[in-house]
Structure formats: structure tokens, C-alpha cells
Design a protein around this ligand. Structure first.
Ligand code: CO
Length: 216
């Protein structure tokens, strides 16, 4: 169990360092959280939300699952979004995918990995929806990258159609949706250009983002 003891050692050191850098940090955090952003990202260990965008504990509300999916009936994800929007009143929801996503690869390759295959059906549905475009790309690595990008844009579209988000816009709450993608090979984030600000621009922004991607 040595490896786990190491984690506790790391934790003690982190808590000491953090408190040293910012005295009273944990006390003020324990009283409230006030994040402006909800991050919906992949569970991949190489894509740690806070580190990538340089935000401290308390600044980013996070939901992660395999292949950063937003499924309309996923109570877990819906509950995170509802709490973030209705209670925390986040200003931005950012769906972040990443190149080299094992979930996207497994879906593309029809891998048989177990229960996860069912979850990845959602990615396969997206692959099917855009099959003509994807099949036109001969280079399989590029095809995988494009599907990974399309997946993020589709998931943002899903966020925009959730009743919680629609209701927030209907009552005039400020809430923007974004699609980002992260390069595990260079540590850089890229904006895929779906800055959705309300019901009025959701569909057109989605369409423009997909068309732009397909032109490249
Ligand atoms: Co992934």
C-alpha cells in the first residue's frame, strides 16, 4: 500500500504549500464556492480541468465522464448542470474534448470493452449522423480528430437544448456555452467556435461551427 501512502504525503504537502502561498485559503473556501464556470470534460487522466486553465479550487465546477458526453437522460450530468446553473449561477458552460480520446477511438474502432460500449453508442450515433463527411476523410488519424471535434460541438448543442439551460435563458439569466478541445501532445486549448448565448443563436451557431469544421 506504499503508493497510497504517497498520495497522503502529497496531500499534506499540497495543503501546507497552498496555505503558505495564500494564508486563510482553506478557511475562506470552506465558507462558500463561487465558480463562474462549469467544465464538462473527459475522465481521461491527462486532461485535469483546473490545471489546464490555471484555476484554483473554488473557481471551476467540474463534471467529467468518458468522452465528455452530455446525454439528455443522464441524471448525473443533468444534476450537475442544474446545480451549476440554478444555484451557483455559473456564467459559462465549457464542454472540453481532447485529441487522442480513448472513448472516441473505441467508438470508431467498434472495440468491445464491456459496459462502456453502451455509453459509447452516443459517440457512434454522432459518427453515423456525420458519416458522409467522415468517410470522405481518407486519413484515419485526421478522421478521428474531426469526429472528436464534432463530438464536442454536438455535446454543446445538447447542453443548449436541456430544459434547465433553456429555462435560465427564458428568465434572462446570463449563460454562455463553449466548445473547446485540448491537445494532450502540446497542452494547448483550442476554441471550436460555438459561443452560444441563448435560444436564439443555438442552432445557427451549431450549424456554423459544423460547417466551418467541415470546410477545413
Ligand atoms: Co477522452
Amino acid at each position: 500500500m506504499k503508493s497510497l501512502a504517497k498520495l497522503f504525503d502529497n496531500n499534506v504537502q499540497w495543503a501546507i504549500d497552498t496555505e503558505k502561498q495564500e494564508p486563510g485559503f482553506f478557511k475562506s473556501l470552506s465558507e462558500q464556492q463561487n465558480p463562474e464556470y462549469l467544465w464538462i470534460g473527459c475522465a481521461d487522466s491527462r486532461v485535469p480541468a483546473n490545471e489546464i486553465v490555471g484555476l484554483k479550487p473554488g473557481e471551476l465546477f467540474v463534471h467529467r465522464n468518458v468522452a465528455n458526453s452530455v446525454v439528455h437522460t443522464d441524471l448525473n450530468c443533468l444534476s450537475v448542470i442544474q446545480y451549476a446553473v440554478d444555484v451557483l449561477k455559473v456564467k459559462h458552460i465549457i464542454v472540453t474534448g481532447h485529441y487522442g480520446c480513448g472513448g472516441v477511438q473505441a467508438a470508431m474502432n467498434n472495440a468491445k470493452l464491456g459496459l462502456i460500449d453502451n455509453w459509447l453508442r452516443h459517440i457512434k450515433d454522432i459518427q453515423y449522423k456525420h458519416k458522409h463527411y467522415l468517410k470522405s476523410i481518407d486519413d484515419l488519424a485526421i478522421r478521428e480528430d474531426r469526429l472528436t471535434e464534432i463530438n464536442v460541438i454536438e455535446q454543446v448543442m445538447n447542453v443548449s437544448q436541456i430544459s434547465i439551460v433553456q429555462d435560465a435563458w427564458a428568465r434572462g439569466q446570463e449563460l454562455q456555452l463553449h466548445s473547446w478541445i485540448y491537445g494532450v501532445n502540446d497542452g494547448k486549448l483550442k476554441d471550436l467556435g460555438t459561443n452560444i448565448t441563448g435560444t436564439h443563436d443555438a442552432v445557427i451557431t451549431y450549424q456554423q461551427a459544423i460547417e466551418k469544421l467541415m470546410r477545413n
